[in-house]
Write a protein that binds this ligand. Sequence first.
Ligand SMILES: C[S@@+](CC[C@H](N)C(=O)[O-])C[C@H]1O[C@@H](n2cnc3c(N)ncnc32)[C@H](O)[C@@H]1O
Length: 423
Amino acid sequence: MSRPDPARRAALGLIVGVLEDRESLSEQIGAEALDGLEPAQRARAQRLATTTLRHLGRADRILKPHLRRRTPTDVMAILRLATVELLEEKQAPHGVVDAAVTLVKSAGPKLQSFSGLVNAVLRKVSEEGEKWATTPAPEMPGWLRGRVMSSFGKKAAQAMEVAHLAGAPLDLSVKDEAASWAETLGATLLPTGSLRLTDPGKVSELAGFEDGAWWVQDAAAALPAKLLAPASGAHVLDLCAAPGGKTLQLAAMGADVTALDISEARLERLAENLDRTQMEAEIVAADALEWEPDAPFDAILLDAPCSATGTIRRHPDLPFIKDGTSIKPLFALQEQLLDRALQWLKPGGMLVYATCSLLPEEGEAQIKAALTRHPDLTVIRPDLPGVDPAWITEEGGLRLRPDFWPDLGGMDGFYMARLQRSA
Ligand SMILES: C[S@@+](CC[C@H](N)C(=O)[O-])C[C@H]1O[C@@H](n2cnc3c(N)ncnc32)[C@H](O)[C@@H]1O
């Protein structure tokens, strides 16, 4: 019997880990799921798993008419992976079908009997290119779709699903000289000042990586620090800071930054990022619900923990591992963090509240409620270059969605608002 391809086998492990154990791809990879593979195989396994999860709902639509009896999870995962390889990646049918049959045969005695079915189904699937082209983008899970539709409407929800399917380009934030770096890297300079690469190759091999001239950060994620825009030398708290994309921006603006996060592991990445970009910040590992600063801050950026539903483009595993109930405790945590942070703000100081979420409960509703709890707060409306005034919400926040900038390649979903404490 021939041996299964290690990258495909590892990809299957990742897919089953997401669907059965509800473990995210990054958790599994962090827990050494891909250790033992060559770098090229690691990258391929990760790409295969990501692409399969992104297209899972479409693969199931293609497979369903061909499956009459209940198919075990592992066999389904092999069929889904192979369907995506055949129809999305347009790999040669012979190699993909053989690889899938080998995977079933090596999956243990109970599953071996499915090798004939896998062979027959995939041969039919390989002829369904036309149907694939018209199979719509997978829907968001019901708990998320319902909320998104009631906030933004059905058309917007569908446009977001199309954006989720398209995936995300690579965006960079630069320390300075954005136009010149755009030219060097062959990148698009986006209206808000981020750089965008559609086919970047290996990030660590791009010009400027070693010297720390830039860091990877979605264009939407780059806006909260721009909205805060502290003066050079201002004493700024980056609350919930790791892995540090916004800390780097604030440090590059010349602010004196305290970067606080509860996760020591994520703070290690923040320290590495500061090191590579040759910038400085004071790093504090603490629970923000218990920590107290020595003195109030001129400005605070609170990038609160959230459902991360704005990042499905780059994390297609997310819809399978989260549900409406597991995220509810975050709403209360966001409120507590916001109230605590406001106590540490100097009179007249600015606080930017941000979440990478599509849910109004984690954005618009948090700010409306905070304005009622704290009558000394005013919302200062966004005035950033490249920001469409239509993105500004009724309470004066900024709602960003994955279906915005469709011709430029989209952006992550985000919400942010700039609050000023009365002097
Ligand atoms: C959205 S992420 C922050 C991303 C970061 N601002 C950046 O731009 O790279 C939210 C962070 O909140 C941190 N966090 C969650 N609960 C916390 C708490 N009680 N105190 C401090 N940090 C917390 C998490 O460890 C996580 O790193």
